[in-house]
Design a protein around this ligand. Sequence first.
Ligand code: FES
Length: 238
Amino acid sequence: MNPGVRVKTFKIDGLDVAGREDQTVLDVATEHGIPIPTMCHLEGLTSVGACRLCLVEVVGRSRLLPACVTPVEEGMAVVTNSERLQNYRRMLLEMLFVEGNHICAVCVSNGHCELQGLAQTLGVTHVHFPYHYPDRPVDASHSRFVVDHDRCVMCTRCVRVCNEVEGAHTWDVMGNGANVRVVTDLNEAWGRSETCTGCGKCVHVCPTGALFEKGHSVAEMLKKRQFLPYLTAMRRRQ
Ligand code: FES
């Protein structure tokens, strides 16, 4: 460990833990095998705190905090699993489901989808909000890949991996509110992109079936993320 980095001691779910001052609550919880659900976070990419699924309680604070972007603090007491948190997490998942068009039965990622997996883990069997059924486009103009905005949960992993790992910055975010979506080359069709290298990293970090490779069966939709641990190790060395 860098000798200049200080260590903070605190509690997670009553367990005494210690973390470097540059770590987040999620980092330390993961190191100790304490599960916190995540969606936008992916080890190896910068955390942005977009999905809020990793919300935790910190004793003495009324607001819930996203564990993936909350730095550790000396003496803090974190609660990762309470009825209140479970309710919020289920509600957030339900909102993600109704905001898009997630029809698992006909989705290319059925069985390999993090949204579906989280719903199963957190016990979301139905939703309490009206479905929006948004009219979203599918861009199949790329020779190898497809983006189906119906299944996008705006985690922005594709934007970050393309920028931080591939260095192409093909993906970006456009619009706001319910109309926000990821775009390639300033909203040019993906197939006409002048910056896309065709590496497919965006496809492999996508948690749902929003980005997928043409010509692959559902069983072949496994995500290959072997390039991420290397980047993480390099960052830690710095
Ligand atoms: S995983 Fe922390 S906000 Fe999405």
